[in-house]
Every structure is written in structure tokens, then in C-alpha cells.
Design a protein around this ligand. Structure first.
Ligand code: ADP
Ligand code: ZN
Ligand code: ZN
Length: 751
């Protein structure tokens, strides 16, 4: 029989993860032992019988074979949530191409050493109305520190801030805090007491629905999902395609309530940007102190505490971004992925996993189920629903029959023809004048993303594309236009190849420039700008949004981040200034992102009682992403988009694996990437398409040269096999190469 070895971790905590030991697996255990099990072995001084987790099984021994001891037995087949997280790590490392250690570090929570000095937590005791009233009083009296502290509390998640932060950031002094406490505005608690919910917070009974009665459609949706999830194993993932305001959140909450009644727990994934005060409040109202939130403002210690509370059964629901997926609940019943189309669900660092797929795997391991929801589902999920892999539910109406915004498309080519070269079309200007006169608010945004750099014609609207990939070419400093999928190059043009116009060039428009133009044209309007520059520090983002919410400005200008997930009842006009910017991004998601963004932006206009309007300015008014967004018709968009993906063999119709190779030495990288390509071609796989190696969009980063190969195949598992074979090859070659390799399955970013 073959020699087999087990990689063992004695203590599955983040700090101890690097300490992996190896033991020989005796013959009688070879057929039963699995990753995630607890094994027994002689260990340490006196060879005490010790237990540890199996995190890998391999034929290769990394130590001196003679000195490696043998396992003595398997302790228990399943010991709960630790085993589950190890299995999840194994799934991630296999399916996304990373080492087991990288994957374990992703799923196992980081423990923080106990802080030397104990901090205090300040909690606002007033309700929103009272606090806002008090804020006005302070403002009128020019109590600057009090205003700052109260604003801070109002904006903070759960209305709590740390005392140390207030002092450190010079928000207020100790005497102001004291005064607030004495006036009953806040409570001040030692952090330890605060963190321990039994001492300071009474356990609240779950409110039964808070008076919300589900509509017939909502009720049917809940029942069908429930029935289905309790009749099949594993149940299909449920995809709710519901327009904004149709009650998706109401449905999630009802399902969660039922799951908790069964004695099981729930994870709700929400993009960080949508984890607003309103969202937190809504979950708190419904589930009281049984719900906890993870977000980037938590310290590592606070974060670890929340995860520990989950492990100890002190909470039932965890709400948070991608990483909340690894909350160590012991009896997980449901995972909700809200705004499932959001890119932030894909990890940008290795392992480059997608939370949607890992959620489905984790639910399967727990006999639970997954609910995905979006007003603009990802093409990938909708495709899976069409193929029968997911189950689709459609909610077409807003609750209370509130109407959708009216959308107008303005042709910027026509503006040019009429001699208007400004970024503001005549129609948009006219609407802005109207809204300003009515004292209503306006949002203007550009959907810029990363390295646009595409070349397009302002007369006919055509962007220059790669003849092989149907992807926009990017203009480089050396005067060439390059395709980042296949490496195709051609000199930059001076005249439009389609219409001969000289108005052709790289597309440029920055938020700062737009701010200047708007200020010139509307000198009396109060303008706020939100982009990477103005939101560099963590609070910047919230401050700008809350200033706009308080109507301290008439116009908000920004990148796409201003239209994601925020509600401003006074906004009645939203405009995309140049929808083309995301349309011609240099990867195949351009159409999808444009549609999603425009549709969501339309949802931002007219959230209150007044009718909303949206204007889409574009050089490509006939492009289907734009025409279908104008009609807010998802299906119309999907049909055409899936056609394009099908013809071009892009995901989700085929699977795509990006292989990024880097090295300090260009020549070595060139040889290495050719070698890798030969290796892939040598595999006896049918119908595989290999593109590249090509220079990456960023061809050199921190002194490392970067090249990329794309592989397409219908079958995901085939791609993981190719990946395994490349990994083996790289391992064998390691000694004489100085090149590095990373895998990205169905990538969201271009390389
Ligand atoms: P979505 O998540 O699809 O955007 P929400 O669940 O947030 O939709 O619902 C939109 C609004 O309509 C919310 O204010 C919600 O409270 C309200 N709403 C939805 N369904 C009901 C219902 N059955 N009864 C009362 N209010 C409802
Ligand atoms: Zn042209
Ligand atoms: Zn190409």
C-alpha cells in the first residue's frame, strides 16, 4: 500500500495555524481518515496521547521519514464547527487555487490579545428624533464639541462609539462626555460589560414581525422557499429577483424568523456600503440583541468577540460583508446573500473565492439553504436559474405600488452636433434649473472604474475594440492600443475609422472637473463632491452622505458609490453623465455593470413622495445595456447579454480561468509564461481555449513584471484539474525559477 501522511494542527486558532505537524497514516486508517476529522497521536514530552485536526492528506513527507510518528486512531468523526470550517477551507483551496494554509487563514477567526487598557463604550440613549432635535439646539448655540460628539453617535453603527476614539480624534473632551452622561444623553459602560450581553443588555424576545403582514406574493415566496428547502437535499439556491422596494428584506426576515424558531442560526451577507444605519436599525427592531453586525470599523478584538458570541450561542443572526460567511454558528440554517450581484462578494486576494458559491457549499454541509436577492441579478446567477441550478422567484411590484422613476436617454453625439461640448446636456441643465428652483436635490455621477482608457469617437459614439475578443482596446503611453485578453496591438488612430471624425480619443472626465463646471454654471447651488479624494479617511464617506441627507447641499457629485444603497427622499433628479465609461471597460462585464448601475441609480430617484426622474447621457444611446436600463427591464437586458457571452464564449456560458504570472525579471517571466502555456496545451483536454500569454493591464507593479493567460472551458472541474497540473509543474520547477503564479476563476477584475 502507498505511504500516506496527515497534516495535523493541534490547536485550530489563527495564531497556531502555521504549526502544522505530520504523521504517518497507518494502513487500517487509510480508508476512513478525512480532512476535518480529529486524530490521535503521541506528542510532545513523554509522547502524551494528543488530539488534533486533520487539515491535509498527502503522499509526500516533508520531514525525515524515519522520524515521523504514526497516528494511533481517529477520535471522533465529526466534532462540530471547527471541522466544518476546515472542510470549507479545503473546498476553497481546491476550487479557487490557494494553499490550504491560505484558505484556513481565511476561514478561522483572528483572536486578538486582551487589551491592556480597558476602553469604555458610549451609547446614545435618545431616539433619532430626540437626538436630531438636540443636535439642532446645540448647533444654534454653537456648542461645537457637543455637536461633533452627537453627530458621531448618530452616524455610528448601533449608535455606539469608543471613548478612546472620541479622545484620540479630538471629537470631544472628557468633560463633554461626562456632561452627556449626566444629562442622560448617553450611557458609558466598561467595554467588558458592554461586550458581555448578559450583564448590560437584557435578552430581548424576538418580536413577531413588528406588525408587518406579508403581501400575498411575499407570503407565497416564503412558503415556496421553505417547502422546497425542507423537501430536497441539497436544496437548490433560491434567487429572488425583485425590484427595489418589493419587500425582499421582509422576506429574508420572515425566513430567518422561521429558521430561528427551529433552533438554528442565520447569516446575512450585505455589501459593506449598504450596511447603513437604517439596515442595522431594521434588524435590531426585529431581532433585538440576538443579532450582531460585522463591519470594518470594528477592532479586531470586537470582531473576535462577536464571532465568539456566535460560537457560544449568544446570538442567532450575523449580518455583515463577505467575511461574515465564516461565522462559527453550530447549527446554521440559512444564508442570505443580499445584493448578490455586488462585486465585493468576490475576494480580491488569494484565495479568490466567491462568497455566493462558498455560501451554497456551507449551507449544504449544514442541511441549510441559501437565498440570493437582487433587483439586478448577476448574469451568472440568472443564467443558473434559467438552467435550473437555482430556483427563481420574481417580484415585479414595489410594496404600496410606489412608482418607478421616469428615465430619459440623452444622445451626446447630438449635443456635439448642436455645438454643445459641455458635459451637461441642454436637457439636463434645464431639469437642474427646475429642481434647484423647487429646492429639490440632484445627484450627478460618473461610472468610472479603474483603468478605463478606452478610445471612442464623440461624433459617432463607437469605441475601438479588439477584432478577436470584442473587448475595448486600452490606450497605452507608448501610443498603442492594446487588448488585455489576447495581447493584440495596433497604433492609436487620429481619425475615427467608422465616421472619419477627428473627435476621437481616450475618454476622460473626472469628478473634480465636473464639480468646477457645475459651480460655474450654477454659482448659487451648494455642491458636494464624493470620490476617492474626498473620502480618503474612514469617516469622510459617512460625513458627506449625512451632510447631503441633512440637505446641506443641493447637488451631490461623485463616482458610482453615491448611487449604491442610500436613500435620500428629497432627491428627484439623478443623472449618469457619461454612461459609456463603464460600458467600454476593458473586460467582458462592461455591459452588465452599466446596466446594474443605471438601474440602481434610477431606483435612487424619487424614493420619497415626489416623482423621480433619471437622465442617462451617452454616446451610445442604442446600446442594449442602456436601452434596457432606460426601460428598467432586466429580462430584455439579460437576453441580449447572454447572447453576447454565448457567442464570445465568456462566463457564465463557459468558465474562465485567469493565470497571473509575475517576476522581477522580464526574460524569465517570458520564458516561464511560454512554458506554462506549453504545459496547458500538452494536456489532453478537448475544447479548451488558451489565450495569451499577454501583458497585464498593469504590466509592471512594484518592480514585478506581470503576464496573464486566460483559459476557457465549459466545465469548471476541468479548469481545476488544469490548475492542479500547473501547480504540480511549478512545484517541480521551483528551484530554478523566480516566477510566481496566481489563479483567478471567473475573474471579476481584468489583469
Ligand atoms: P427590498 O429589500 O426589496 O428593497 P424592502 O423589504 O426594504 O424591499 O421593502 C421596501 C419597503 O416596503 C420597506 O419600508 C418595507 O418595510 C415596506 N414593506 C414591504 N413589504 C411590506 C409589508 N408586507 N407590510 C408593510 N410594509 C412592507
Ligand atoms: Zn466616429
Ligand atoms: Zn483580444
Amino acid at each position: 500500500m502507498q505511504e500516506l501522511y496527515a497534516d495535523i494542527i493541534v490547536d485550530i486558532s489563527h495564531e497556531k495555524l502555521d504549526k502544522i505537524f505530520q504523521f504517518r497514516i497507518p494502513e487500517q486508517l487509510q480508508s476512513t481518515i478525512k480532512v476535518g476529522m480529529v486524530a490521535e497521536f503521541p506528542f510532545g514530552p513523554g509522547n502524551r496521547r494528543t488530539k488534533g485536526f486533520v487539515v491535509g492528506i498527502t503522499t509526500e513527507c516533508d520531514y525525515d521519514k524515519k522520524k515521523v510518528k504514526s497516528l494511533t486512531g481517529i477520535a471522533q468523526k465529526d466534532i462540530g464547527v471547527e471541522s466544518e470550517l476546515i472542510l470549507l477551507a479545503e473546498y476553497i483551496s481546491k476550487n479557487y487555487g490557494s494553499t490550504m494554509l491560505q484558505a484556513l487563514k481565511t476561514v478561522v477567526p483572528i483572536k486578538q490579545k486582551v487589551q491592556a487598557v480597558e476602553d469604555h463604550i458610549l451609547t446614545l440613549k435618545l431616539n433619532q428624533g430626540q437626538a436630531e432635535h438636540l443636535l439642532k439646539t446645540y448647533q444654534s448655540k454653537h456648542y461645537k464639541a457637543k455637536v461633533r460628539l452627537l453627530q458621531q453617535l448618530l452616524e455610528a453603527p448601533n449608535h455606539t462609539v469608543r471613548k478612546s476614539q472620541v479622545i484620540r480624534q479630538k471629537i470631544a473632551t472628557l468633560s463633554v462626555i461626562k456632561a452627556f452622561e449626566e444629562a442622560g444623553v448617553i450611557t458609558v459602560e466598561k467595554e467588558r460589560n458592554y461586550r458581555n450581553p448578559n450583564s448590560s443588555m437584557k435578552l430581548q424576545k424576538i418580536a413577531d414581525g413588528q406588525g408587518i403582514i406579508l403581501t400575498k406574493t411575499q407570503q407565497e415566496c416564503v412558503e415556496e422557499i421553505w417547502q422546497d428547502s425542507h423537501s430536497f437535499y441539497p436544496p437548490k439556491a433560491h434567487l429572488i429577483h425583485g425590484v427595489t422596494g418589493s419587500g425582499k428584506t421582509v422576506i429574508y426576515m420572515e425566513l430567518i424568523r422561521k429558521v430561528i424558531e427551529e433552533g438554528r442560526q442565520a447569516i446575512v451577507l450585505i455589501p459593506e456600503i449598504a450596511l447603513t444605519f437604517q439596515t442595522v436599525e431594521r434588524f435590531r427592531e426585529m431581532f433585538g440583541s440576538r443579532v450582531s453586525f460585522l463591519h470594518s470599523k470594528l477592532s479586531k478584538g470586537e470582531r473576535f468577540d462577536q464571532l465568539e458570541r456566535a460560537m457560544n450561542g449568544e446570538i442567532d443572526i450575523m449580518v455583515g460583508p463577505r467575511s461574515a460567511l465564516f461565522t462559527p454558528f453550530r447549527k446554521l440554517g440559512i444564508i442570505v446573500v443580499d445584493e448578490e450581484h455586488e462585486q465585493s462578494y468576490k475576494s480580491e486576494t488569494s484565495p479568490k473565492y466567491h462568497a455566493r458559491d462558498v455560501a451554497i457549499e456551507r449551507a449544504r454541509m449544514n442541511y441549510g439553504f441559501v437565498v440570493l436577492g437582487s433587483a439586478t441579478p448577476s448574469v451568472e446567477s440568472y443564467y443558473k436559474a434559467q438552467c435550473g441550478e437555482y430556483k427563481l422567484y420574481t417580484l415585479q411590484e414595489r410594496y404600496g405600488k410606489r412608482s418607478m422613476a421616469a428615465v430619459e436617454v440623452v444622445d451626446l453625439r447630438e449635443e456635439l452636433r448642436q455645438g454643445n461640448r459641455s458635459i451637461l446636456s441642454r436637457r439636463l441643465r434645464q431639469l437642474m434649473v427646475d429642481r434647484l428652483a423647487k429646492k429639490e436635490q440632484i445627484m450627478l455621477f460618473i461610472n468610472r472604474r479603474g483603468f478605463a482608457g478606452f478610445v471612442s469617437c464623440r461624433s459617432c459614439g463607437k469605441a475601438i475594440k479588439c477584432p478577436h475578443c470584442d473587448i475595448s482596446l486600452s490606450l497605452h503611453n507608448n501610443g498603442k492600443m492594446v487588448c488585455h485578453y489576447c495581447g493584440y496591438e495596433t497604433p492609436a488612430v487620429k481619425l475615427c475609422p467608422t465616421c472619419g471624425s477627428k473627435y476621437i480619443g481616450a475618454f476622460k472626465a473626472g469628478t473634480q472637473q465636473i464639480e468646477e463646471i457645475v459651480k460655474q454654471e450654477f454659482p448659487k447651488a451648494r455642491v458636494l463632491r464624493m470620490d476617492m479624494d474626498t473620502t480618503r479617511n474612514k469617516e469622510g464617506h459617512g460625513k458627506i452622505l449625512s451632510a447631503f441627507a441633512k440637505e446641506e447641499a443641493d447637488i451631490l457629485i461623485g463616482t458610482q458609490m453615491i448611487v449604491k444603497g442610500h436613500d435620500f427622499p428629497k432627491v428627484t433628479l439623478v443623472a449618469a453623465l457619461a454612461a459609456d465609461m463603464s460600458l467600454y471597460a476593458n473586460d467582458y462585464h462592461g455591459g452588465e455593470r452599466t446596466f446594474q448601475l443605471l438601474t440602481q441609480a434610477a431606483g435612487r430617484a424619487g424614493r420619497g413622495k415626489r416623482e423621480g426622474q433619471m437622465v442617462i447621457q451617452t454616446y451610445s444611446p442604442d446600446n442594449y445595456s442602456i436601452t434596457s436600463a432606460a426601460k428598467q427591464d432586466y429580462k430584455l437586458f439579460y437576453e441580449q447579454e447572454i447572447n453576447y457571452r454565448n457567442i464570445m464564449n465568456y462566463p457564465p456560458v463557459r468558465n474562465l480561468l485567469a493565470i497571473l504570472m509575475t517576476s522581477l525579471e522580464e526574460k524569465k517571466l517570458n520564458d516561464f509564461s511560454e512554458e506554462i502555456k506549453r504545459r496547458i496545451m500538452a494536456e489532453p483536454v478537448e475544447n479548451i481555449a488558451v489565450i495569451g500569454p499577454a501583458q497585464a493591464t498593469v504590466s509592471k507593479l512594484q518592480d514585478y513584471y506581470r503576464k496573464v493567460i486566460y483559459i476557457k472551458h465549459e466545465n469548471y472541474d476541468i479548469l481545476t484539474k488544469v490548475k492542479d497540473s500547473i501547480e504540480r509543474f511549478v512545484k517541480e520547477q521551483k528551484k530554478n525559477q523566480e516566477c510566481y503564479i496566481q489563479f483567478d476563476f471567473n475573474p471579476i477584475n481584468t489583469y
